[in-house]
Design a protein around this ligand. Structure first.
Ligand SMILES: [Zn+2]
Length: 733
């Protein structure tokens, strides 16, 4: 805390003033907050457990799943073996996919003899790695009926299951590349975008990275110098194609944005594969059957998942069809030798990190050039994060607390009960909702499921073992094990597409975060977030301010600008009256305006009030509901004691002198403020602008300046930064 700051003028500095000093940002991150700090701690605990006890101990009664996780960890750590094998595992895999070790454009650029079964290759890659190339494919829950699933075609997903060195970093790198590519189009329209300024540097860094990786691979098969010119040409070809693809994705997204925000479900398309093929081939001279080939390939051998082309339909959307048309036209026009290069690089780019130490260092250099921070982490940390990502439930078994189910869970459930009561009370008193909508809103809130801690089944050795039963982890190469796990997880998904869809945990219990799933009307609160300083703070006023407002934030998502389109079953539906929708939209305008006016002085950029709307609604509702829920707690249990001074109180907790002089209400807000403490580099702030969440300082300012109970607690008055007058206040819940 920084007591020299006035809470009504700069509550962020007041609560977070010393955060930077006490919690230095690790060199490998562009931003640091409680969530990342605690996630690192969880991963450190996991690392210790994965290292402990030998795998082959005879008295080992650990579930087989845990043994597999430990073996996976070991194979990750075996850098010596991975370095010795060099690119052999990569070459073998490329061969399995039907790709050459080196693309023809490098080895033999004048050849006219490239026979590329591109559609089969991208289907194989998807099945083995879960990665989309050029075309997106997945199993989707039907938005109109969540118990049904469909196979779906569309834009390629930006996210995949590959465990990269740092997921957040990887996501950012992808986003930067995409932004640069599409900003080329923006430039044409003479719009100015700050990203275009640095784009030359980023693009150059990417090209250098490509060159180094490709040269290293070329060296293994032949002399790289010999092909130097070919390599440069290959890089140019690849970047041009990916730029084109990014632009198509952008176009499709822009086309669908208006539809989604307006709640229009007419954009969904349920269609037979042959009919979709006809539409996307509309602009090309010779019609094909690539979609059928893709499906046949990806489902081959999975008996329960077979597709009936005469009767089954797949799911797509108007925007996705627009994308597919554009990309097919591009694919048909490309010389096969270019297409081969693009697909080859897409696979190599994803897999190169699982080869040698020197390849990982190239990646660090590249990410440093783009983000300004050194992305290198220790091998041990990387391996534990990866095992956690791929085998989260097995790993959770290692860190479970025995008494969680009897001690902690009921307390969290009680808190959630009070929060629900507070939310429902706000709904009952809302002046902008009519009775009919209020009733269905209350019904949805009461039906909302909550998954807290971890699923029961992981406590049961047999069910945990059977969950991971099909996977074979060998004392083998790292890449092979990774592919085994990725293939298992995607084939599992495919094999279930015809079955009734049951909602499962949105995340692994080891994730320091919380989630709302629109399509299940459910919130997930993993075990890992139920720790200090989110929970276990010693006083309920502090707990409600922290984890309480997170629970309430997730609950409120069910009723934000997207959540309101899903009914109590999680199906997309019209369940609000038109008048209420109109009033709601009016109120969202207030939030958009409020947040769009906030500037981040360090980089001179404004917040995007449009893209952050859903999160801002959840933040504002969340803090209000948690506050009133705490009142319910006090009503039923009685007033809590105040915290003793720091001398008697553990300094592990929020630690500063004179805590005893604060009221419970003030402590509630201090705990809430502490939640959003963070430090960010300039590039971190820029990345944050792309996020649907505002940076912590804005989250605090936005939600608290709208909340009269905060003004009361700290005696703020009009004119101060954290005090908005009644007329200016934005409120939905
Ligand atoms: Zn949220």
């Amino acid at each position: 805390m920084d007591l020299s700051a006035h809470p009504c003028e700069d509550f962020f500095r007041f609560t977070c003033g010393n955060f930077e000093v006490e919690h230095p940002r690790p060199d490998s991150q562009t931003s640091h907050d409680w969530f990342t700090e605690k996630q690192s701690k969880v991963l450190r605990d996991i690392k210790k457990k994965l290292q402990s006890t030998s795998i082959n101990s005879e008295h080992n009664d650990e579930p087989d799943a845990v043994v597999k996780a430990k073996m996976l960890f070991k194979s990750c750590l075996n850098s010596a073996l991975n370095d010795k094998l060099q690119f052999d595992p990569l070459f073998r895999l490329l061969g399995d996919f039907g790709l050459p070790k080196l693309p023809s454009i490098i080895e033999n650029p004048t050849t006219n003899d490239v026979k590329l079964q591109w559609i089969k290759i991208i289907a194989k890659v998807k099945r083995s790695l879960g990665v989309d190339i050029l075309m997106g494919f997945d199993v989707f829950t039907d938005p109109m009926n969540r118990t049904h699933q469909y196979l779906a075609f569309g834009t390629p997903s930006q996210e995949d299951g590959l465990p990269l060195i740092d997921d957040i970093l990887a996501k950012r790198l992808r986003r930067v590349r995409r932004k640069i590519s599409s900003s080329v189009e923006a430039k044409k329209q003479e719009s100015s975008d700050y990203e275009t300024e640095g784009s030359e540097v980023v693009l150059a860094a990417y090209a250098t990275y490509m060159k180094e990786v490709i040269s290293a691979i070329t060296m293994k098969t032949n002399a790289a110098e010999l092909y130097a010119e070919n390599i440069l040409n290959a890089i140019k070809v690849t970047i041009d194609i990916s730029r084109e693809v990014f632009i198509y994705v952008e176009r499709a997204e822009n086309a669908s944005k208006a539809e989604i925000r307006g709640g229009n479900v007419s954009e969904l398309v349920y269609i037979k594969v042959a009919d979709l093929q006809k539409i996307i081939d509309d602009d090309v001279s010779s019609p094909s059957s690539v979609l059928e080939t893709y499906l046949t390939e990806i489902l081959s051998g999975i008996k329960e998942a077979q597709f009936d082309f005469d009767n089954d339909v797949i799911l797509t959307s108007k925007a996705d069809i627009l994308y597919l048309k554009l990309v097919m036209k591009l694919i048909y026009q490309l010389p096969p030798i270019h297409l081969e290069m693009f697909i080859w690089w897409s696979v190599v780019e994803d897999l190169i990190l699982y080869t040698t130490t020197s390849m990982r260092h190239l990646y660090y250099d590249y990410s440093k050039a783009v983000t300004g921070v050194d992305g290198a982490v220790s091998r041990q940390s990387y391996c534990s994060a990866t095992v956690n990502k791929l085998m989260g439930f097995a790993v959770s078994y290692l860190i479970l607390e025995d008494d969680f189910m009897i001690k902690t869970k009921p307390k969290v459930e009680k808190m959630l009960h009070n929060i629900r009561m507070a939310f429902e009370n706000l709904v009952r008193h809302a002046t902008w909702m009519d009775l009919e909508t209020k009733e269905s809103t209350l019904k949805k809130s009461q039906r909302m499921k909550s998954l807290i801690g971890f699923p029961d089944w992981i406590l049961n050795k047999t069910s945990l073992e059977s969950h991971y039963e099909p996977i074979k982890i060998k004392n083998d190469t790292w890449m092979k094990n990774i592919v085994e796990l990725l293939t298992w997880s995607f084939v599992e998904k495919l094999s279930k597409w015809r079955m009734k869809h049951e909602f499962e945990w949105a995340t692994s219990p080891t994730n320091v975060n919380a989630f709302h799933t629109f399509q299940a009307n459910a919130i997930t609160i993993p075990l890992a977030i139920l720790q200090f300083p989110f929970y276990q703070l010693g006083l309920e006023a502090l707990n409600y301010g922290s984890i309480g407002s997170i629970l309430a934030h997730e609950l409120t998502h069910g009723f934000d600008d997207i959540g309101r389109h899903f009914d109590e079953e999680g199906n997309k539906n019209y369940w609000w009256t038109e008048t209420t929708v109109k009033n709601f939209v009016n109120r969202t305008e207030c939030f958009k305006k409020q947040y769009s006016n906030y500037i981040l002085p360090d980089i001179g950029e404004y917040i995007n009030g449009e893209t952050t709307l859903g999160e801002n609604i959840a933040d504002n509702g969340g803090v209000r509901e948690a506050y009133y829920a705490y009142n319910y707690y006090v009503q039923s249990v009685g007033k809590e004691q105040k915290l003793p001074g720091t001398k008697k109180y553990s300094c592990d907790m929020i630690c500063f002198t004179g805590f005893e002089s604060y009221s419970h209400e003030q402590m509630f807000f201090i705990s809430y403020g502490n939640l959003w403490c963070e430090t960010m580099t300039e590039s971190g702030l820029r990345f944050a602008l792309d996020d649907t969440h505002c940076p912590g300082r804005i989250r605090l300012l936005g939600a608290l300046s709208n909340f009269k109970e905060f003004h009361k607690a700290f005696e703020c008055y009009p004119g101060q930064k954290y005090h908005k007058t009644k007329d200016e206040t934005c409120i939905i819940w």
